[in-house]
Design a protein around this ligand. Structure first.
Ligand code: NAP
Ligand code: SF4
Length: 675
């Protein structure tokens, strides 16, 4: 008897059966654009081997004007069909099923050719769209339909028609973007016409035995978005038009409410999909922040949906479903919803990967093969760099011993997990602990590794991490000054007024920690919805509460300072920086930039501004927290060097600047793959 009977139950679609209720949701990985079709095929084949029920590709454009970017993958030629056939054949050979997503971006298309129902520019693109006329609309429909036909010719099991997230079809549905007065605008019947027509004609094109998923925006999270009644009406019409499955879309890309970031509660929007259950007779999929089999099972067993969509968790662990089937859920590498290696890469024009699993999208390049010679490997430091090295080295057959002076593994991850909104880091440390045990790795905690102890190993890896940078501010040795480590390890309890020195990732984290008390909203869905102003679409259009965000009062008055005159948080993640900024602003954190730190005394922090050190100002504070960056901890590496013992240095001990877990894990994994 499985622990996940609902998640692992097959789903009979009449003409075909999915082996379980897990869909790999569409992700723009950038792989299709590499034109390395073997690499694309291996990415999906690896997930097919992991037993996922159905996969959806990244968005594929139906024409130039509808593609997300100039140069983005399209399905418009016979050559495209032949290339995609490499993918579908490999997936089928590995027992999987795959649908191709057809994505027409409308006014979100990042190029001067973009088109839309009305010439309303999007706030997230510099390109004003051209308004389509009747012929132009017909061209878009026939291009989408022809693309579906080609997907079938390429061997796909189905298509997903992207109708949510504020893309083209979604833009017709709401008056926010559709100002037309012809038969494609005005009444809701008219505004729905395009999506329905697209599904109806796609069904005509592909015949009966082909999956059509329609991704429907169930809560737009933008002004003048759809109501619940409109969502139900659309879903019923989409079913009549011939869709096989309805998938859930949450929030437009321009929405100012986080929908997938790590601070969003797990399965935060399953209730939205649940409201549609029973209103249509085809299967309904729910989505967003479902990242463990337990959460998936809970969502399905409580009737929120017929199937769950997991996208990023399939980057973190391609074998999510297989491990759940084998009752090894603790071995599933968890997606911590950080976006650092997936979406941040996509928006930075880089190929996606995963912070937790650097092999994601690099299946053909970062190959972990059994070692020719099994070696004894010592690793000093049980943070992400050391742990990732250890797991990959052990997987290759080496004998691994880890030393750490702390009493637990995880290094800085153990501080991150204390931050409200970063609870996912608990799961990451738990996963490392489970895998270290599974791989038979020896761990010496509370142990200061010495040069003598490291003699005799075939390889020595230094992953000793970082030390806080000394900002050398007069008065910093006083009792009212603490390092971020003291705060996040709960060795110091700051008073009600706090100045935070340094607005990097850790300064933001510490500020977040200081303004909260009690239960984190990430662990309390109603509180999180109130904090961000999310409402029921049955009561408020688009799911936006008329009161807007209603956060709890801040636990402390925090001033976050930096010397640079630039916008606070400018160097945080592309897709998450705005959330961190908005979260602190909601808690009245004061951002002060362009300062010189003059001195600290009992009154607080004295600063001045500019090169001429003008405008002396007291930031009145009970406590001052130093988050001034970090420097490598190389003391052991230096001692090994002096003793002539060869070693590798990785992670923060190698380069502290811009260190994050992504680089540490990537570096450790890649090193271990070569040892
Ligand atoms: P950081 O990002 O390098 O920020 C250090 C901060 O300290 C900067 O704001 C810097 O701003 C200031 N600073 C630098 N030298 C200083 C000095 N001598 N005196 C006073 N202030 C000084 O480092 P971090 O915040 O320690 O974070 C470490 C790494 O962990 C970063 O790479 C970060 O991205 C990562 N991290 C990421 C996240 C995340 O959410 N993704 C969260 C936590 C940490 P000024 O020079 O302008 O004063
Ligand atoms: Fe999840 Fe972060 Fe990996 Fe993206 S990079 S898949 S958000 S763990």
């Amino acid at each position: 008897m499985t622990a996940y009977p609902h998640m692992l139950a097959p789903l009979d679609l009449g003409f075909t059966t999915l082996k379980n209720r897990v869909l790999m949701g569409s992700m723009h990985t950038g792989l299709e654009e590499t034109k390395d079709w073997n690499r694309v095929a291996e990415f999906y084949a690896e997930r097919a081997r992991g037993e996922v029920g159905l996969m959806v590709t990244g968005g594929i454009g139906p024409n130039l004007e509808g593609s997300v970017l100039p140069g983005a993958a399209m399905m418009t030629t016979d050559e495209d069909v032949a290339n995609h056939a490499i993918v579908t054949e490999r997936v089928h050979a590995n027992g999987g099923k795959i649908a191709m997503q057809i994505l027409h971006a409308g006014r979100y298309a990042y190029g001067p050719m973009c088109v839309a129902p009305s010439p309303v520019k999007s706030p997230i693109s510099p390109f004003p769209p051209a308004e389509l006329d009747e012929d132009g609309i017909e061209k878009q429909i026939s291009d989408i339909v022809a693309t579906a036909g080609r997907a079938k010719a390429a061997g796909y099991d189905g298509v997903e028609i992207m109708g949510s997230e504020g893309y083209f079809l979604n833009q017709f549905l709401v008056t926010h973007t559709n100002k037309r007065t012809d038969r494609w605008g005005g009444s809701y019947e008219n505004r729905m016409r395009l999506p329905i027509e697209v599904v109806r004609r796609t069904r005509e094109e592909v015949g009966t035995d082909f999956i059509i998923i329609y991704r429907l925006s169930m809560i737009d999270l933008v002004p003048n978005g759809s109501t619940f009644e409109e969502v139900v009406q659309l879903a019923q019409e989409i079913e009549k038009a011939g869709a096989t499955i309805i998938n859930t879309g949450i929030g437009w890309h321009e929405a100012r409410i986080p929908t997938i970031a790590t601070s969003v509660p797990r399965a935060a929007f399953a209730w939205v999909t649940k409201k549609l259950m029973g209103k249509v007779s085809i299967p309904v999929i729910t989505s967003n922040r479902i990242n463990t089999p337990e959460v998936a099972e809970e969502v399905l067993s409580t009737g929120c949906a017929d199937m769950v969509s997991l996208a990023r968790p399939m980057l973190a662990d391609a074998h999510f479903v297989r491990k759940a089937m084998d009752e090894k859920a603790a071995h599933i590498a968890p997606c911590i919803a950080c976006n650092q290696a997936c979406l941040d890469h996509t928006f930075g024009g880089k190929i996606s990967s995963c912070l937790v699993n650097p092999r994601a999208c690099y299946e053909t390049e970062l190959v972990v093969a059994p070692a020719d010679t099994a070696k004894s490997i010592a690793i000093v430091g049980a943070g992400p760099a050391g742990l990732s090295t250890a797991l990959t080295a052990a997987e290759r057959g080496h004998t691994v011993t880890i030393f750490d002076r702390a009493d637990e593994i995880g290094g800085q991850l153990n501080m991150a997990k204390q931050v409200p909104g970063k609870e996912e880091f608990w799961g990451l440390v738990d996963w490392y602990r489970a895998m270290v045990a599974e791989m038979g790795i020896t761990v010496h905690l509370n142990t200061e590794a010495t040069v003598d102890a490291l003699k005799g190993f075939d390889e020595v890896i230094i992953a000793t991490g970082v030390l806080p940078r000394d900002p050398e501010i007069p008065g910093q040795d006083a009792d009212n000054v603490h390092s971020y480590i003291d705060v996040l390890r709960k060795r110091a309890t700051p008073g009600k007024r706090v100045a935070v020195i340094g607005a990097g990732g850790i300064g933001f984290d510490v500020s977040e920690y200081l303004v909260h008390e009690g239960q984190s909203p990430t662990e309390n869905l109603p509180a999180w919805m109130e904090e961000w102003g999310v409402a029921d679409t049955a009561e408020h259009r688009g799911g936006l509460s008329p009161e807007g965000p209603q956060p709890d009062a801040p636990a402390r008055a925090v001033t976050l300072l930096q010397r640079k005159a630039e916008k606070h948080g400018k160097r945080l993640g592309k897709t998450t920086g705005w959330i961190h900024r908005a979260a602190l602003k909601m808690k009245d954190v004061e951002f002060v930039g362009g300062v010189n730190y003059e001195r600290i005394d009992a009154e607080g922090l004295h600063v001045s501004f500019g090169d001429a050190r003008e405008n002396p100002t007291l930031i009145a504070a009970d406590d001052i927290i130093l988050c001034a960056g970090q420097v490598p901890d190389r003391s052991l590496a230096d001692a090994l060097e002096a003793a002539g013992i060869a070693h590798h240095i990785i992670g923060g001990a190698d380069v502290a600047a811009e260190l994050d877990a992504k680089r540490a894990i990537d570096q450790g994994t890649r090193l271990a793959a070569t040892l």
